[in-house]
Design a protein around this ligand. Sequence first.
Ligand code: ADP
Ligand code: MG
Length: 250
Amino acid sequence: MVDIRSVRKSFGALTVLKGIDLQVRSGEVTVVLGPSGSGKSTLLRTINHLEKVDQGVISVDGTLIGYRRSGDRLYELPEREVLKQRTRIGFVFQNFHLFPHLTVEENITEAPVSALKRPRKEAVENARGLLARVGLADKAEAYPRQLSGGQQQRVAIARALALEPKLLLFDEPTSALDPELVGEVLDVIRDLAGQGTTMIVVTHEIGFAREVADNVVFMDDGRIVEQGPPADVLDRPQQERTRAFLSKVL
Ligand code: ADP
Ligand code: MG
């Protein structure tokens, strides 16, 4: 589903991704761990075209999204294609990013109606179904500010699902939540995993990673230091940097 090869990305003099290779199969959950500043968010953003790569190849579901070989001309998708691709990749942010002036239901129907041209009635029905799925059937008419952080994040997940994404990206989806609200969001993500949703999840929740991940990726300083099944990376890490990181977050 996702094939990332030799991806490099710099911001000015700062090289943030120093040659990333990562493959994600359809239906798999990949959990990305690593210290702050190691490039995790930038990696997710390149997959969703929120950042352009400087070098390397990323393809999502067979569509090439960035390509350059040294000396070669940068291949770029036309903007229209980028927007089309982006609607098929759901992104859930640390700080929810809901539209404050729209109700929960309007937050969920906005993109299907405006970007996918779905009939409003169908989008509303679908939104109701999604709200039930994330345990918020009674909140359709509420505004984001009337919800807890955990509820807002579940709305954000429902909103991402409304576009029927082939891939869901989560960037520290529980980091902004009070501890007692983390579980309800992880439960929703766990359900999605059980239904075979392809996901890449950046998180420091090691218990969640151990339980749900097919592949755990440890990043440090713009590189993937180590990756593999949770039982290997979390319980028998081969690299000293992985061990040092885990001893701090466990
Ligand atoms: P992580 O998510 O692992 O904490 P990020 O991908 O957010 O790491 O950031 C990696 C590095 O890139 C950091 O040093 C950060 O300051 C820098 N960085 C990220 N985005 C930008 C940007 N738009 N412009 C300049 N530097 C950036
Ligand atoms: Mg980040």
